[in-house]
Design a protein around this ligand. Structure first.
Ligand code: ASP
Length: 644
């Protein structure tokens, strides 16, 4: 199932469709600075009636031309109408402005005049004035473009990525990148100027780190030796604390070779933070303040402190560790009500030690969901979870229109109504199975149903609402999916155990809670961090004994912890995802200037590219070319064959 944020998307495209001129509002005091050092006096977007009579020089791209009389000039700041002179004496100016193809770059000089009465354009911020041109210069002519700059939403993403430098001219991309820059600037201000953080750059050529994501490998000239691109500056930021930096931050580029995944990028940006002598509440307050301070002024202010939810509750009520708390439809455990059921698959599930029955109530589901929706929900549950889902339609509170209705006893029916607070026209979805699995299935169905309802016009998630949530009290370790006998870190191996659970590390490690916290926004994880282990012996035990990692790879870190490491902790915010949510963009690629395609390619330059064998020689590596069958297999493993 695909999650489409229908409602958000509609709002996003309308925002720009209605307003071609929507660029970040610059404070008027800033306008003079927008034209410092360059060959213009003003920007196209800044001129108003207050500029009447002024002599101006503008530079920009030709957006439209009407009847060889008017020309609309565009720059990053907006659009302005230019009147093409018609008199003989200005024939050369007319020739330049009439013959230059669309999107050519021109410089015009002239006087700001008011538009004749009745010809003002109230939709255009500069719509009261126009420019009476005296001189014009063609700075560069433009060939026929692969797409028009105006119709942003209609191009395929592959085409946009291939000609990214043209796509960047769109109002949307300009808005997204400028807002990103403004927010990052405010974050720097908050961290460095208000709270004494130090911006430190850490290396991108590094070595393999055990645990966590798969890393990109970079050949070196030493035979058989490779660098790795860091998945995050984790080790360096901890070492900076040992080095007494006390408060570190970095707008850090991180690299993860995780293959194609929608809405992930092989390289992405984190606001990476570490502090000494801090606890979980300290980090949380810092981040709340940071977001509040850097939040765009055109949005509702961020309300702090953010609510907090234990991981176990997030899983039980929302089926995920990143709950979307903008709407209810919570998962309810109804196992007790069905202990004596005659419904086969419920009986079956409850007879197992971890068996549970879970339900969600879709308010007005009977009105908005179609039979085919329910069928596709049941198919999804069968295909991906090998579980059954039963729909119960509530026509009236006593009339159970469902395949199991006849097996549901009156008292169970009433219990359902009470526990799920069902009303007429609601639909209850019910499943059974092991707690975590049943919750996770219900969590996915909850989101799918929300999408379906919104696609039919119900507003469940207010697009103007930003619902932040801390998820806390994670377990320190989880059983590995591929081999549940072995453990892996729920966050990363440097995360400290909860102080009151340390003794369990040596006896029942799965029961240890961690000092790890995630920040969730509207159902997306936008950050995560932890208080770290600062005791070398404990770190060694976790790595070697619990996680069975090769400690030699981390001997430098273990040694550093032995040389007077202060207690410390930190967090990283995923800047791309945060900006995607703030701007309401459909994909994180829309908030990155030069993103990779879905398959990790740069469609503009065709990276990654091949290298001739002689250039590989200094690295002592050779390509072992896959057979046709292997190539076929690896491309059919891609969840999506299209490039973007
Ligand atoms: N390095 C961690 C990550 O990238 C964040 C942290 O623990 O600070 O998820």
């Amino acid at each position: 199932m695909k999650y489409r944020r229908w409602y958000d998307l509609r709002v996003y495209s309308q925002k720009f469709a209605n307003d071609m001129f929507l660029i970040l509002p610059f404070p008027p005091s800033f306008f003079k600075e927008l034209s410092s050092f360059v060959a213009r006096t003003n920007t196209c977007g800044e001129l108003r009636s207050s500029h009447l009579g002024q002599e101006v020089t503008l530079c920009g791209w030709i957006q439209f031309r009407r009847q060889n009389i008017f020309l609309v000039l565009r720059d990053f700041h907006g659009l302005v109408q230019v009147v093409i002179p018609q008199d003989e004496s200005a024939a050369s100016v007319k020739k330049i402005l009439c013959e230059a193809p669309m999107e050519s770059v021109v410089q015009v000089s002239g006087t700001v005049i008011s538009r004749p009465p009745g010809q003002e354009n109230p939709k255009m911020p500069t719509g009261e004035i126009e420019i009476k041109v005296k001189t014009a210069k063609l700075l560069n002519s433009c060939k026929k473009l692969p797409f028009e700059i105006k119709d942003f939403m209609k191009k395929t993403e592959a085409l946009r990525l291939q000609y990214r430098y043209l796509d960047l001219r769109s109002v949307q991309m300009q808005y997204n990148l400028r807002l990103r820059s403004q927010m990052v600037m405010k974050m720097r201000e908050y961290l460095c100027n208000l709270h004494g953080f130090v911006d430190v750059e850490t290396p991108t050529l590094f070595k393999r780190t055990p645990g966590g994501a798969k890393e990109f490998v970079i050949p070196s000239r030493e035979p058989g030796k490779f660098y790795s691109l860091p998945q995050s500056p984790q080790q360096f930021k901890q070492l900076l604390m040992v080095g007494g930096l006390d408060r570190y931050f970095q707008v850090a580029r991180c690299y993860r070779d995780e293959g194609s995944r929608p809405d992930r990028q092989p390289e992405f940006t984190q606001i990476d933070i570490e502090m000494s002598f801090v606890d979980q509440t300290g980090i949380q307050s810092l981040i709340e303040g940071l977001l509040q301070y850097s939040w765009p002024s055109d949005k509702d202010p961020v309300v702090v402190p953010f609510p907090s939810m234990p991981f176990a509750e997030a899983l039980a009520s929302y089926g995920t560790d990143k709950p979307d708390t903008r709407f209810g439809m919570k998962i309810v455990d109804i196992s007790d009500m069905f202990r004596n059921t005659e419904v086969g698959f419920l009986q079956d599930a409850l007879s197992k030690p971890q068996g549970t029955v879970k339900a969600i109530c879709i308010h007005k589901g009977a009105k908005y969901l179609k039979r085919k929706d329910i069928e596709s929900i049941r198919k999804f549950a069968a295909d991906h979870f090998n579980e059954e889902v039963l729909p119960i339609f509530l026509k009236t509170n006593e009339n159970w229109n469902s395949p199991v209705a006849k097996f549901i006893m009156e008292e169970q029916g009433l219990g359902l109504v009470r526990l799920l607070e069902t009303q007429e026209e609601d639909v209850v979805l019910l499943t059974a199975g092991e707690h975590k699995r049943a919750c996770s299935l219900m969590g996915k169905l909850r989101l799918e149903c929300a999408d379906l309802l919104e696609a039919r016009g119900v507003v469940l998630r207010d697009p103007a609402l930003f619902s932040f949530l801390w998820v806390v009290d994670f377990p320190l370790f989880l059983p590995k999916e591929e081999n549940p006998q072995e453990l892996e870190s729920a966050h990363h191996p440097f995360t400290a155990p909860h102080p009151s659970d340390i003794h369990l590390l040596y006896t029942e490690p799965l029961k240890v809670r961690s000092q790890h916290y995630d920040l969730v926004l509207n159902g997306n994880e936008i950050g995560g961090g932890s208080i770290r282990i600062h005791n070398s012996e404990l770190q060694h035990y976790v790595l070697a004994t619990v996680l069975k990692e090769d400690v030699k790879l981390l001997s430098h870190l273990l040694q550093a912890l032995d040389y007077g490491a202060p207690p410390h902790g930190g967090i990283a915010l995923g800047l791309d995802r945060l900006m995607c949510l703030v701007t309401g963009a459909p994909s994180i690629r829309d908030v990155i200037a030069f993103p990779k395609s879905f398959r990790g390619h740069d469609l503009m330059s065709n990276a990654p590219d091949s290298i001739p064998p002689e250039e590989l020689k200094p690295y002592h590596i050779q390509v072992s070319w896959p057979t046709d069958a292997e190539t076929e297999k690896s491309s059919s493993n891609h969840p999506c064959h299209s490039e973007s």
